[in-house]
Design a binder for this molecule. Sequence first.
Ligand SMILES: [Zn+2]
Length: 70
Amino acid sequence: MNCNICDSEIEEDNGDIVGNFGINPVAFCVWCVSSMTDMVIQLNSFDDIESLQERINDLKEEQYAEQKQS
Ligand SMILES: [Zn+2]
């Protein structure tokens, strides 16, 4: 099994990820997972304290709303 992005050999013992995107089986090495994580952080502005604080506030509001319902 090889990484779907860089084609290096997958070693699950070393923290490489094997799973599914929908119905498609996928595998990613730790380096590609790290790069994808960085990409998601940047795309969502999660490297910005203000944006993160807003997201935290949203999560808190969602949790309070859920607690009221139950
Ligand atoms: Zn890779």
